[in-house]
Design a protein around this ligand. Structure first.
Ligand SMILES: Nc1ncnc2c1ncn2[C@@H]1O[C@H](COP(=O)(O)OP(=O)(O)OP(=O)(O)O)[C@@H](O)[C@H]1O
Length: 307
């Protein structure tokens, strides 16, 4: 396939169904650095009160999208809107990948700084959360473990009482137990405060069971965006004789195709096709689905439109 060519499969534009309130909307959003587009032509909607996972390979444009959403950089083209108007920093909390905190400050001093710097600040719940996590207020940030630092940074982000919380790889460098604890903190905050979360991760397994929406970006393009249940229901894994695979692929949109000896496996989009008696159909898992799209960077299900 020609590099840079985008194959658009027939799909529905990504608009949350049933008049659900939207927390974040982008249209034709793009950002260029010099002659390179870090993100281009990104049109999506994120419903309020949900947790959306953002995945994509290194350099795909995830951080660029999150920086645009958080209002940290300006779009080169297109627009981003958060609930309540134009991209507003007061409504959005952003937690950067390196979780910038002052190493020499104690946790208590870090909290105090947050209180001074922010107009809206929920000190009580922040202290309660840190106590529950067993993070001592008199400990210097530089002496905390990676998981504890993430918890402190997340607590600060939540104390700003954001409507939209954007987290750039919050789980990177954490062991499985710390990952679980951080996700639990996040889920509790979503349930209590009804906030909307957009978080990026390289580990698809971390998103299962915690995210209900998925966004896939690849080479600066939006590949997938929608409800995880709908996306899974909208794809199938077909296994059958390799010599029939070509004919089948001409009839259904194939995202990924593998051949092992005389058997072919096709990950296809759409309802169960009439594949024939020699084919078996299985549902796809989330990792299968994500991997298939990441391996086919020129495939997108976004709405067709002029480039
Ligand atoms: N400030 C910048 N100046 C120049 N190019 C940049 C800048 N920021 C990002 N880019 C480029 O834009 C593209 C997308 O980068 P981005 O950081 O958004 O990707 P990512 O999906 O977050 O990657 P990773 O998973 O590695 O963090 C890359 O090619 C990157 O080199």
């Amino acid at each position: 396939m020609t590099a840079g060519r985008v194959v658009r499969l027939p799909g529905t534009p990504d608009t949350p169904a049933g008049g659900e309130p939207v927390a974040l909307q982008t249209s034709g959003l793009g950002r260029r650095y010099g002659s390179t587009w870090a993100l281009r032509d990104c049109t999506l909607a994120v419903p309020a009160g949900r947790v959306t996972g953002l995945v994509g390979p290194n350099g795909a444009g995830k951080t660029t999208l999150m920086h645009l959403v958080a209002g940290l950089i300006a779009p080169t083209e297109g627009a981003v809107r958060t609930e309540g108007g134009a991209a507003g920093r007061n409504e959005t909390s952003f937690l950067a990948q390196d979780k910038p905190l002052y190493e020499g400050f104690t946790v208590a001093e870090t909290l105090r700084l947050g209180r001074v710097l922010n107009r809206v600040w929920d000190e009580g719940p922040a202290r309660h959360r840190l106590a529950e996590l067993g993070i001592p207020l008199d400990r210097r940030v530089g002496r905390l473990s990676g998981g504890q630092r993430t918890q402190v940074a997340l607590t600060l982000a939540l104390a700003r009482r954001p409507r939209l919380l954007v987290l750039d790889e919050p789980l990177a460098d954490l062991d499985p137990l710390a990952r679980h604890d951080v996700m639990r903190t996040l889920m509790a905050a979503v349930a209590e405060a009804g906030l909307t979360v957009l978080l990026s991760s390289h580990v698809v397994a971390d998103l299962e069971g915690t995210c209900d929406r998925l966004i896939v970006v690849n080479r600066g393009r939006l590949q997938l965006s929608g409800d995880i249940d709908d996306l899974l229901a909208g794809h199938r894994l077909l296994t059958g004789p390799a010599e029939e695979a070509g004919a089948l692929a001409a009839r259904v949109p194939v995202i990924a195709r593998e051949t092992a000896g005389r058997q072919a496996s096709l990950l296809v989009r759409g309802g169960p096709p009439l594949a024939g008696p020699r084919w078996t159909t299985r549902p796809v898992s989330l990792p299968d689905l994500v991997l298939a799209y990441l391996r086919a960077p020129d495939t997108t299900t976004g709405p067709a439109g002029p480039r």
